[in-house]
Write a protein of this length. Sequence first.
Length: 219
Amino acid sequence: MTALTCPLCAATDTHHFHSDRRRDYSRCENCLLVFVDSNQHLPLAQEKAIYDLHQNAIDDPGYLKFLSRLARPLLERLPANALGLDYGCGPGPALAELIKAQGHRVKLYDPFYADFPEHLQQDYDFIVCTEVVEHFREPKQEFNRLLGLLKPGGWLGIMTKLVIDAEAFAKWHYKNDQTHVAFFSQATFNWLAARYDCRIEFAASDAIILQRNLGRCSD
């Protein structure tokens, strides 16, 4: 395979990491992102059709328990009456409702289900992205946006499954979802924290919390 440019850090030191019957996966040796090249991404209409099959009900106890792995540690850190953004909220913004029930305000954004570009024109105390970053086709652009929307000291809460190693990746069900095109490890998130001048905490095996420091992120 020809070396590809990393969509997160723009490095060209990338190598073949894995292939299956549908896609090829590369890994960046700089930020350690594992990614699918853009020529193997699904058309947007087909991607949305898959999302439409998801059933994540706001009142599903199992789903709320899953979300609590991020919600609980994040809520412990928020100031009173904080203003947040649920980025990639999907058709059933359960996490936003859970956080609002604790006295906070949450706006919604999703390119398919809550396309409110005006919600990307202000600063927030916190942003949540649950099962979203693995869908980022252009993660550098997305993280520039997200960290740029946070107030100094603001919090970015992320839920996504993490890459362990090549052997585990080969058997990993998470990669089989064709809407998943970017796969992060702890090392990748540590790179992101350094890149964007953030503190980082791994609150659970699939829950990551970044706190923006005083410096604004740059392109």
